[in-house]
Design a protein around this ligand. Structure first.
Ligand code: 26Q
Length: 811
């Protein structure tokens, strides 16, 4: 923990301000003040950062590298100050200087280099690894533009570039001396040298990969790990300047642009896989740069790579970094002269892989021709991995050609990345119990039966330091007052809070805390969107990426049904509710964008109907991101986790809501099942089809959306309201939703679950009426949320997969 007193801090801050702005503090804007504070905080971190790296080189502990195309960090200032243990001193010091720390913190742009769950998980994992004293580092891409900024114009999503770097960024340090060269295209020739086959790669396009290092600060423990993000730059040394001097400067610019494009944009996930060459380029770019830099480091600090598999572990976040497997093979064989067998043993020992999806249509596969021309040497290696794998399959499954071709890495003209990841790693994990079961028994069944020992489950988690302590300081204080502060280091100690579930004073405190968070959110929405909501109403929240399987449409339809009932009977006795939605749709995903339009149309109609406004309101909060989640989640009463059973691998917002004392309404999908197991049936509201019912429909058919419409007049009414002009004079506007639900016999069974969902919402209504009961349920949810801390998840990865972190275990 950094030891610093208030006066020293003040002095340092004023000096820093002058140093970077060349003017007095009194002349500074708020943003100037933020910059000086962030810059000073980074200075404080640097020494510990250097020490941590030195320590790692001396102790030679196993280093974990978490490779991910996405890291959704959000804001870093508060996190840095809190983890350094100087936030209180800093706040007081700034107060003396008439500066409000909270007001500066919100000026920081979110670092939004991720789509959603997978990217945020990577960020939570980095926080947990550093806080648990595990030498674990991130490796990814420094996208110039983060995930797009979502604007809602006339009720529709409009995308704008996320220019998160426009005002600079103090956290990252550019390390030009650690740049690596990554080679694309060209040709590979084989030749023999001293009886060994060698490969010569020529005529390739070189790209300079330049690292930017971001400190990942452990919680008050003197550990600063590194997130290394790579940026692509042209390599003019190797550029043919003769064409430039002939006046062909356009060619030079074209070259520069084509290189810079590699780290320009983050691809949106629409869950329908499309093989884009630039995306493959991005993948090899950061994987090759990352692995080269790891190996270079070990060459300089350790010397031999002989037992590298005992010194490092590389984890791949979904299949996106799978090229790490052939890239390691390439370096071991072509550069280090290892035999195939030795290279393969090391590679599979080093690599482990997490699968995050069960949507078959989202699995990555690359056309062989594209792969071969972009990565000729890597393709040769993949081909050989595939050849050897198929040979094993032939020996085991004699004559079963169909099975073998289904399991192969290369088949039907494609390279299948999940297969490569499974074959080339020693561990394959799913992210919740149900998800892992489905992977084993359905999606990857053949590969599971071939490698049963590789498969394991690691249920996701979230960092309680950001999602509880930062996002909800009042609740954190209540926990400290009642059960002490051991839960900070040992989150499962929160269980002790269950003893207070029936305590009236604690219940009242919980209610007041929630009310104060709701008031804050209401003010935020008033300020940003000019909309008034009632903090005394039940805040019913669904925030996540917009996708058909997540079923925002189901949520919307039941609001439409309730609205119809209220018009008919304005005296209907219901608990007033505010329905809050937020989330981005992939720009090319028409149905998801149409869903946003429907929600906004429903909001527009309902919010302008004075007959019902005392009872219901609908809000769509634009541009959902980490900082918005931090404002919304602590203010939620009800957490909507309503995906079609079997489709949500885990979900992680479900855990964030639970930790902040919201009650969950959920299908038995992903980690919802484990939340139910923790809190018991009486403290969660479950509805919807079972896994068996869903799988039976998929395997045997038999679902008829029309039957649902014909059997239930409420369904008939709300589906007609989508297209009869009730919400929009243009009757065609929401046609795609209507057709998806009915004409195309919706594969996500929205209408099938409608009745059960409505009944569940009715249960929520009656539970909420008994405030004491409701608060005790909230308390039980909070008390059992500790196992969903990513600290637990990371300990499981460290001991079960990486074989790392023994320092922590010996503490
Ligand atoms: C792939 C190819 C081309 C373009 C984009 C992509 C791409 C990008 C991001 C594919 C998938 C993603 C992200 C997936 C994701 O966030 N999955 C979620 O992961 C969470 C963490 O494990 C789970 O909790 C969620 O259930 C899962 O949906």
């Amino acid at each position: 923990m950094l030891k610093i007193d208030k006066e020293t801090f003040k002095k340092d801050y004023e000096e820093k301000f002058i140093e970077i702005h060349g003017k007095d503090l009194s002349e500074g804007t708020d943003y100037n003040k933020y910059e000086a504070l962030a810059s000073l905080t980074r200075d404080y971190v640097v020494k510990t950062w250097i020490n941590t790296n030195k320590r790692y080189d001396i102790t030679r502990e196993k280093q974990v590298y978490y490779f991910s195309m996405e890291f959704l960090l959000g804001r870093l200032l508060d996190n840095a100050l809190s983890n350094l243990g100087i936030r209180d001193i800093c706040k007081e010091a700034l107060n003396d200087l008439n500066i409000n720390l909270d007001a500066l913190e919100i000026l920081e742009e979110d670092q939004g280099l991720g789509n959603g769950g997978l990217g945020r998980l990577a960020a939570c994992f980095l926080d947990s690894m550093a806080s648990l004293n595990i030498p674990g580092h991130g490796c990814g891409i420094r996208y110039k533009y983060g995930f797009f900024e979502q604007k809602i114009i006339d009720g529709s999503q409009v995308e704008a570039p996320d220019e998160w770097l426009k005002n600079g960024n103090v956290w990252a340090i550019k390390k030009s001396d650690k740049a690596q060269i990554v080679k694309f295209g060209g040709k590979v020739d084989m030749f023999s040298e001293n009886g060994k086959i060698k490969f010569n790669h020529t005529k390739y396009e070189p790209v300079l990969a330049v690292p930017y290092d971001i400190p990942i600060i452990g919680y008050k423990n003197e550990v600063v790990n590194t997130l290394r993000l790579w940026s692509a730059e042209p390599l003019y040394d190797e550029f043919d300047f003769s064409s430039f001097s002939r006046g062909d400067h356009l060619k030079a610019i074209e070259y520069k642009n084509s290189i810079e494009a590699i780290s320009q944009v983050l691809y949106p996930d629409d869950s329908f896989y499309e093989g884009k060459m630039l995306r493959l380029k991005q993948q090899y770019f950061f994987v090759s740069a990352g692995i080269q830099s790891i190996i270079r480091h070990f060459r300089t600090h350790v010397g031999s790579l002989k037992d590298l598999d005992e010194r490092i572990a590389i984890h791949i976040n979904d299949t996106h970094p799978t090229l790490a497997i052939p890239e390691l093979m390439r370096i071991f064989m072509d550069e280090e002269n290892f035999s195939w067998d030795e290279a393969w043993r090391m590679t599979t020992n080093i690599i482990s892989y997490t699968n995050h999806t069960i949507l078959a249509e989202a699995l990555e596969k690359w056309p062989v021709e594209m792969f071969k021309s972009l990565l000729p040497r890597i393709y040769m290696i993949v081909e050989e991995i595939n050849r050897r794998f198929c040979e094993e399959l032939w020996n085991k499954y004699i004559g079963q050609w169909d099975k073998i071709s289904k399991m192969a890495i290369i088949s039907d003209g494609y390279v299948k990345m999940a297969h490569l990841a499974i074959v080339g790693s020693h561990s394959v994990n799913g992210v919740a119990k149900l998800h892992t079961e489905i992977l084993k028994k359905q999606e990857m069944a053949d590969l599971y039966y071939f490698y049963p020992k590789k498969f394991n489950n690691k249920t996701n988690g979230i960092t309680h330091r950001r999602w509880l302590m930062r996002a909800n300081p009042q609740l954190t204080d209540l926990l400290k007052e009642t059960i002490g502060d051991s839960f900070i280091k040992h989150p499962t100690d929160m269980e002790a809070f269950e003893a207070y579930a029936g305590n009236r004073i604690v219940q009242e405190r919980l209610q007041n805390i929630k009310f104060s968070n709701k008031k804050k959110l209401a003010e935020y929405l008033k300020f940003n969107q000019g909309i008034s909501i009632n903090p005394n109403s039940l805040f019913d929240v669904q925030v996540k990426r917009i996708h058909a399987y997540k079923r925002q449409v189901l949520n919307c339809l039941r609001i439409m049904e309730l609205y119809r009932r209220l018009i008919e009977n304005p005296n209907l006795d219901i608990i007033p509710r505010t329905f809050i939605f937020a989330g981005k749709a992939a720009p090319g995903y028409y149905l998801a964008k149409n869903t946003i339009e429907l929600i906004n149309a429903v909001a527009n109609k309902i919010n302008n109907d004075s007959r019902v406004n005392e009872k219901i309101k609908v809000v769509f909060v634009p541009n959902y991101r980490v900082s918005v989640a931090e404002a919304i989640i602590p203010a939620a009463d009800l957490s909507e986790q309503i995906s079609t059973t079997t489709k949500e691998a885990s979900g992680t917002s479900n855990m964030k809501f639970m930790m902040n004392g919201a009650i969950t309404i959920a299908t038995l999908d992903g980690a919802n099942i484990e939340i139910r197991d923790e809190v018991g049936d009486e403290n969660i509201v479950i509805f919807g089809m079972t896994k068996k019912e869903v799988l039976d429909y998929y395997h045997k058919g038999g679902y008829s959306a029309w039957d649902m419409v014909n059997r239930d007049y409420r369904i008939k009414q709300v589906t007609e309201d989508i297209v009869n002009g009730f919400y929009c004079s243009d009757k065609e506007k929401f046609k795609s939703i209507y057709e998806h639900l009915i004409t195309y016999n919706d594969e996500f069974f929205v209408l099938k679950d409608f009745d059960s969902y409505l009944k569940a919402q009715k249960r929520v209504d009656s539970l909420y009426r008994d405030s004491s009961k409701w608060q005790s349920m909230c308390a039980i949810n909070i008390a059992h949320s500790g196992v969903f801390s990513s600290d637990r998840t990371i300990q499981e990865y460290a001991t079960g997969i990486w074989g790392s972190g023994y320092l922590y275990k010996n503490l």
